[in-house]
Write a protein that binds this ligand. Structure first.
Ligand code: DQA
Length: 143
């Protein structure tokens, strides 16, 4: 079981700045996550929150909930949430950070991820496929 966490504003996918994030809606992304999971033989649970504390609690509890890894797109929290950084560090599961857009090709403030140092790695700029590759990696790593 793999947990995919989506941070603030990702519920607006498809409607939000489509020239940056594409036209795939959040609901369609969740369908893709489920079908990629079934191709890989793993169940995928997807959760979105606009609240930092909720994301911190999901990260904290993932191991006891029975997950073997996490895919995390922290949204803008990527760039300033030391609470999420600490939460990732405080738990044992591998985390892959994913961004739909290329955070290095945008405003300067986006080119720093404060959460990345606590993760196994980062996939940025590959759109929804980034989630697929992150799932593949986590299955290979923990399978
Ligand atoms: C994002 C990039 C962040 O800078 C931004 O705040 C987001 C989405 C991405 O997926 O490209 O909300 O994480």
């Amino acid at each position: 079981m793999i947990l995919v966490l989506h941070g603030p504003n990702l519920n607006l996918l498809g409607r939000r700045e489509p020239e940056v994030y594409g036209t795939l809606t959040f609901e369609e992304l969740e369908e893709r996550l489920e079908s990629w999971g079934s191709e890989l033989g793993v169940s995928v649970v997807s959760r979105q929150s606009n609240h930092e504390g909720q994301l911190v609690e999901w990260v904290q509890r993932a191991e006891e909930e029975g997950f073997r890894g996490m895919v995390l797109n922290p949204g803008a929290l990527t760039h300033y949430s030391y609470a999420l950084l600490d939460a990732i560090r405080a738990q044992p599961l591998p985390v892959v950070e994913v961004h739909l857009s290329n955070i290095y090709a945008r405003e300067a403030f986006r080119s720093r991820s404060v959460t990345a140092p606590a993760t196994a790695g980062v996939i940025t700029g590959l759109g929804a496929l980034g989630y697929k590759y992150a799932l593949e990696y986590l299955v290979a790593l923990t399978g």
